[in-house]
Design a protein around this ligand. Structure first.
Ligand SMILES: Nc1ncnc2c1ncn2[C@@H]1O[C@H](COP(=O)(O)OP(=O)(O)O)[C@@H](O)[C@H]1O
Ligand SMILES: [Mg+2]
Length: 277
């Protein structure tokens, strides 16, 4: 099943091409699908400069559709293990669905162009999501290039607002590290979040879950950037919680510290914490 929002969209388009069942948001992307499938089946044919990530379980690349002049990001999930094939909705399907829900909740995320899945003998061999290419700087690059004061300022001015927006929208992005944050060269309002496979949504707000997300971010940058000290990160945590309208009490500090020292399981992180009263 494709994400509900793709089906409900009037312009959604469903067809089979080169053994892949596709749901697209627009007729214009149809022409590109056979070549995209060929790339996924034969990653060596992709220009190495266009590959954004290639591992056993992931193939992410930039694809230029000459017919429309459009650039996509193709994020494919090769599923080689039976247990992954049986739970194929946890991969591209979840990513597409979560991106659509997040957009609906007002977050700045890549546009979804389509979803596809290839089956053989009833088992899914890979699934794939097509999305907008975000032509911004990754936060990784910003943090590498700046000095200590500038790093802290970027965290406060550009990164905190993204977390606070998620807090207000009831979005718990459990993989929100610098690789999931893209900063616009022109306008902070265009800053984007990506990588929505593992996200949970809730009605209401949870400052405790916000503290956990800030802890995860801190865990992810520990020792990675010479200008980001533990002290600065703690200051940033307190600043963000205050900017979300809360005081940093003992419980929030405890949640933050726990998440910043230890990587909790996907299941634990997705479960989140208590909602605000
Ligand atoms: N929409 C996008 N626009 C630009 N680059 C992207 C986009 N999606 C992914 N990338 C790049 O590909 C990398 C891997 O994608 P990501 O969604 O983080 O995959 P994973 O789920 O394996 O972590 C990202 O770190 C980013 O550099
Ligand atoms: Mg990632």
């Amino acid at each position: 099943m494709p994400p509900k929002e793709l089906v409900l969209n009037n312009t959604s388009l469903k067809f089979v091409e080169s053994g892949v069942k596709w749901w697209l948001t627009d007729q214009r992307w149809k022409q590109a699908t056979s070549e995209i499938t060929a790339c996924i089946l034969n990653p060596e044919s992709i220009d190495p400069d266009k590959i954004l990530k290639h591992s056993e379980r992931r193939l992410v690349f930039q694809y230029f559709a000459a017919d429309t002049g459009h650039t996509f990001v193709v994020k494919a999930f090769p599923l080689s293990l039976l247990r992954h094939r049986l739970k194929h909705q946890k991969y591209a399907y979840s990513e597409a669905k979560h991106l659509l829900i997040a957009k609906n909740k007002g977050l700045q995320v890549p546009e979804v162009y389509g979803y596809g899945l290839r089956k053989k003998l009833g088992l899914v061999l890979f699934n794939v999501v097509l999305m907008q290419y975000v032509d911004h700087f990754s936060l990784i690059d910003f943090l590498r290039l700046k000095n200590a004061n500038e790093c802290l300022e970027i965290l406060k001015q550009r990164v905190s607002p993204l977390f606070i927006k998620m807090y207000h929208a009831g979005v718990n992005h459990i993989d929100c590290d610098p690789s999931a944050i893209f900063l616009s060269k022109n306008d902070a309002l265009e800053d984007m979040l990506i990588d929505f496979q593992y996200v949970s949504f809730y009605q209401g707000k949870s400052v405790q879950t916000l503290a956990a997300q800030l802890g995860y971010f801190t865990w992810s940058v520990r020792g990675q950037y010479k200008f980001l000290s533990r002290k600065d990160l703690r200051q940033w945590f307190e600043y963000t919680i205050n900017s979300a309208g809360h005081e940093c009490n003992d419980l929030l500090w405890e949640i933050y510290e726990e998440n910043s020292y230890k990587l909790r399981s996907i299941k634990q992180r997705l479960a989140g914490y208590e909602l605000d009263l």
